[in-house]
Write a protein that binds this ligand. Structure first.
Ligand SMILES: *[C@@H]1O[C@H](CO)[C@@H](O)[C@H](O)[C@H]1NC(C)=O
Ligand SMILES: *[C@@H]1O[C@H](CO)[C@@H](O)[C@H](O)[C@H]1NC(C)=O
Ligand SMILES: *[C@@H]1O[C@H](CO)[C@@H](O)[C@H](O)[C@H]1NC(C)=O
Ligand SMILES: *[C@@H]1O[C@H](CO)[C@@H](O)[C@H](O)[C@H]1NC(C)=O
Ligand SMILES: *[C@@H]1O[C@H](CO)[C@@H](O)[C@H](O)[C@H]1NC(C)=O
Length: 502
């Protein structure tokens, strides 16, 4: 046999293994080992609804409705660009501090702004996580709020009722003026469980709800311990935490603050015992991150929070999170916050626009794919990779379908030098005869804002009204598989999906 024919033989699957061992070794440095079948340590099946949304109660109106009072088509198109990629529906959380500390006045006739719940009809395929207050000591107020919300949104659109926002911070925020007239104050495990149970039971008694467990528990800011007790039985359908990678940060901290994988993985790893506990003891209750953003930067530092580097943080955060069993994410948006994915209307002299962080979402959604929940994700160690280049594999229906490489090394063209890259090579499973590489990047590097970023060559802008504009940049590559091996170079501050083609 001529050597040129030899290299195709392994794919025929006909050669006895004894013969296969005498074949020349492929020139593959195997920086990743990609098992053909789902390896141990892979996630459970990924929920197609994993890329969710969250709007601070007070910002929901402009996200849902245009300045002229019509459904906000720009928001709708952007949300659809994400959810259509997994075949999921948008799960929208309406909540946050403003909802917990607000007062509900059932007799108020003239609303100053449109009622939040009435705008849910602008997104007819969405489901809602509705937060009701726990901060107030008047449980009737919470019951009335829940009743009105469920009636106005529609029982069949309720994903969960979330009782209280970040109760671990009650009495610790240092701003007593925010609190309702009578305010719960500091809670312990016991008093949290006691109050949660009391409020949930009053809602159950007085509000017509969908059948089955319907409450979302915890929604804590950073409280990692696990209050055991009644709340995990019968009434809870989701356990949620909130996450912000940093609490500040400007342009110089972009690398250490957001573009450092070990800081992402070490913080997410703290949730592992909780996730494992739920999977073992309450397997029907998912663990989610119901409010997340890159940084709580009071100065809305767009050079830190709304650049390619922050979008790469968002990619790595989600892929690592999915790999350890986090079920869904609700990406928080507040008008003019630095971590936003888009500004929905013209406001404070700024035209509506798409921010860099949006680009993480079509990327991660495509990596999981439209598989009716048959994708599992695994983190793949890279041999010899010292630091900040990270790999994940997506298995669909049991076999390897895609590999993602996130190169978090910061490059911003600063010294005019060439953009360094990491070479990754790995053996593909039998039957794979080519790969397609799609990229999320900008030629300007980590500090680029959305206007020069593309994913798979596409852009989403206000000018396109949030619809995908294809072929803005033709940087998708088709690579050959040589001797069963594929070689990919991933430049610094760039992330790619390698699709295995059979
Ligand atoms: C997702 O998959 C479903 C079922 O296979 C299909 O009906 C739907 O059209 C797909 N959606 C997209 C956007 O491809
Ligand atoms: C508690 O809330 C209910 C419903 O809004 C209201 O009728 C009642 O007056 C409130 N009680 C107090 C003590 O504020
Ligand atoms: C609710 O929390 C407060 C403050 O921690 C506590 O005093 C009260 O006993 C709790 N109520 C229940 C029913 O646990
Ligand atoms: C809350 O409960 C968990 C689990 O039982 C325990 O590990 C933790 O120490 C408790 N925290 C507090 C503040 O009591
Ligand atoms: C990319 O390719 C498409 C289709 O071949 C072409 O229409 C488009 O102009 C190209 N875009 C660029 C930026 O070269």
């Amino acid at each position: 046999m001529a050597p040129t024919q030899l290299r195709y033989l392994p794919f025929l699957g006909l050669i006895p293994s004894t013969l296969a061992t005498v074949l020349p070794r492929a020139s593959c440095s195997n920086s990743i080992t990609l098992p053909g079948e789902v390896p141990e340590g892979a996630s459970q099946n990924v929920d197609p609804n994993f890329p969710g949304f969250a709007f601070e109660q007070a910002s929901w109106v402009p996200y849902a409705q245009s300045n002229s009072g019509k459904p906000n088509e720009f928001s709708k198109n952007l949300m659809n660009a994400i959810t259509c990629r997994t075949g999921g529906k948008p799960i929208i959380r309406l909540g946050g501090t403003s909802a917990d500390y607000a007062k509900y006045l059932p007799k108020q006739k003239e609303a100053a702004i449109p009622r939040a719940e009435d705008l849910t009809k602008n997104f007819p395929d969405a489901s809602y996580i509705v937060q009701v207050p726990l901060a107030t000591t008047n449980v009737s107020e919470t019951v009335e709020w829940a009743k009105a919300a469920v009636q106005r949104i529609g029982k069949d659109k309720i994903q969960a009722i979330e009782v209280g926002n970040e109760a671990d911070l009650y009495g610790k925020l240092g701003n007593s003026k925010l609190g309702p007239p009578e305010f719960q104050g500091v809670m312990t495990n016991e008093t949290y469980v006691g109050n949660f149970t009391k409020y949930a039971e009053e809602i159950l008694k007085n509000v017509e709800l969908p059948s089955g467990p319907i409450f979302q528990a915890l929604d804590t800011s950073a409280h990692l311990s696990r209050p055991d007790g009644y709340i995990f039985d019968k009434i809870v359908n989701t356990v949620a935490h909130h996450y912000y990678q940093t609490s500040g940060g400007g342009a110089p901290e972009l690398g250490p603050g957001l573009m450092t994988h070990s800081k992402i993985s070490s913080r997410l790893d703290l949730y592992k015992p909780f996730i494992e506990y739920l999977q073992k003891s309450h397997p029907t209750i998912p663990f989610t991150i119901s409010e997340v953003g890159n940084s709580l930067n009071k100065g809305h530092n767009y050079d830190y929070q709304a650049v390619l580097g922050s979008a790469l943080w968002q990619v790595d955060f989600q892929l690592y999170g999915l790999s350890i069993g986090i079920k869904r994410f609700n990406w928080q948006q507040i008008m003019h916050a630095g971590y936003d994915m888009w500004l929905p209307v013209e406001s404070a002299g700024t035209k509506p626009k798409v921010f860099s962080n949006f680009y993480a979402q079509p990327f991660v959604a495509d990596f999981i794919g439209n598989t009716s929940g048959k994708t599992r994700v695994v983190y793949l160690p890279i041999e010899g990779s010292k630091d900040n280049v990270v790999a994940y594999a997506a298995y669909v229906g049991g076999s390897a379908a895609r590999v993602a490489i996130v190169n978090l090394n910061l490059w911003d063209g600063g010294n005019g030098g060439e953009r360094p890259s990491t070479k990754i090579s790995f053996k593909v499973p039998g039957g794979v005869d080519g790969v397609e590489v799609v990229k999320l990047s900008s030629p300007k590097g980590a500090r680029a804002s959305a206007d020069s970023i593309t994913y798979a060559g596409s852009q989403w802008t206000y000018e396109s009204f949030g619809k995908e504009v294809k072929n803005v940049r033709n940087d998708t590559e088709i690579l050959e598989v040589k001797e069963g091996c594929v070689n990919v170079e991933v430049k610094n501050s760039k992330t790619v999906i390698i699709r295995l083609k059979k």
